[in-house]
Design a protein around this ligand. Structure first.
Ligand code: PLP
Length: 391
């Protein structure tokens, strides 16, 4: 007999749980795309997206997922033959790098492994070694969703400045915008890319590229910029139709508007604090399970852990077994061991966006049940530890 009835909980790191309010906002007939409410909504989401990214920079809206924003960001500032310095802390850094290669760029990868943050000293060294100034941009991943490593993006800026290098700082903030504190302007990020289906609680299908004046200037000489990805065509436009270079993503805009309302009703600082406290419960449980048996949290240093996603090692085969048990018996879907070898030794918990205490405590209780049912050895008292972390 399965206990997986009632509301299923998709606890993967994107797409995240879609709030009822967002679903209701999207449940409507097609609106007029030539005038009226949809235009107002589109114009109103722009300043609010900037508020979430903490920037005065411009933002271009794209119909596409995070990969689309990756390509758009690179296309607007690079030319074939340019080098990009990629800071990899997991699978997503490598993915962005592969995309750069297909645009005719030469990625230079600094691989920091899968468990910890970038080392700014190595970034500085690599930039100092670039005497001809061939590196056009530094690609950093704020939270690599495959490993749940969170990077100190401000320290990367510092390394670029210390090296006296003119490279743009580009940041993939897809996993955790609206989850982990992110300060585009204060941290000196020139280009930020993000998507709508993680912390922004909207179904996948829209993505955003924020770019400052320095990045805008780089576009002038960029040969990779194409008609559709050109961010200039999507900002400061007269004709509404141009925001999307075609038909607007009508229902996504309604959903996004509602999601942004929810974020600001709670308050962005409060949203970050909620993610931090709920993550603390997950970490406390994880550390307790790790006291006996094969389980361990992937990232040891708390300051390098994301509050949006947690990667957990559990021994070969056990990750897949636990995920199957959770899905079929408990009604909870956990994330796969994306990019890990062997992937069956890992699972990931998505705790981004529309999550609260009872979801997290229920999730932890279900994992505990799975560990018992599957006889995976684990330390005792994880739920006590999680409860203590919440009070
Ligand atoms: C989800 C994610 C992506 C990819 O986004 P898609 O919408 O799946 O294309 C890229 N980078 C990071 C860090 C992500 O979390």
């Amino acid at each position: 007999m399965s206990l997986a009835h009632g509301h299923h909980y998709l606890a993967i790191p994107g797409p995240s749980v879609i709030p009822d309010r967002v679903q209701r906002a999207m449940h409507r007939a097609s609106p007029n795309i030539y005038e009226g409410e949809l235009h107002e909504i589109t114009r109103s989401v722009i300043p609010d997206l900037k508020r979430v990214a903490r920037t005065e920079a411009q933002v271009a809206l794209y119909i596409g997922n995070g990969h689309a924003a990756w390509e758009a960001a690179l296309a607007n500032v690079t030319s074939p033959g340019d080098r990009v310095l990629v800071l990899a802390t997991g699978r997503f850094g490598h993915g962005w790098s592969e995309m750069a290669r297909t645009l005719g760029l030469e990625p230079q990868i600094l691989d920091f492994g899968e468990e910890s943050d970038v080392d700014p000293a190595r970034v500085e060294e690599a930039l100092k070694a670039d005497r001809e100034g061939r590196i056009k941009a530094v690609l950093s991943v704020f939270v690599d969703t495959s490993t749940s490593v969170l990077s100190d993006v401000g320290a990367v800026r510092q390394a670029i400045d210390n090296a006296g290098h003119s490279a743009l700082l580009m940041c993939d903030c897809i996993a955790s915008l609206g989850c982990d504190r992110f300060e585009m302007d204060d941290w000196g990020v020139d280009v930020t890319v993000t998507g709508c289906q993680k912390g922004l609680m909207t179904p996948p299908g829209m993505s955003f590229v924020f770019f400052n004046e320095k990045a805008e200037a780089a576009r002038e000489s960029a040969q990779n910029v194409t008609h559709y990805w050109d961010w200039q065509r999507r900002t400061g436009v007269e004709e509404y139709y141009q925001y999307f270079d075609g038909t607007a993503p009508t229902h996504h805009l309604y959903g996004l508007r509602e999601a942004l309302d929810m974020i600001f009703e709670e308050g962005l600082e409060a949203v970050w604090a909620r993610h931090r406290r709920l993550a603390g419960a997950i970490w406390a449980a994880g550390e307790t399970w790790a006291q006996e048996g094969p389980m361990r949290l992937n990232v040891k240093d708390i300051s390098q852990r994301s509050c949006a996603v947690t990667s957990v090692g559990i021994g070969e085969g056990n990750g897949d077994r636990l995920r199957a048990f959770m899905e079929h018996e408990m009604g909870v879907t956990l994330g796969i061991g994306l990019g890990r070898d062997p992937s069956s030794a890992w699972f990931r918990i998505g705790h981004m966006g529309h999550v609260n205490a009872h979801m997290v405590m229920g999730l932890l209780g279900c994992i505990e049940t799975g560990l018992s049912a599957l006889q995976i050895p684990h330390g005792r008292g994880a739920l006590d530890a999680a409860a203590e972390a919440l009070v």
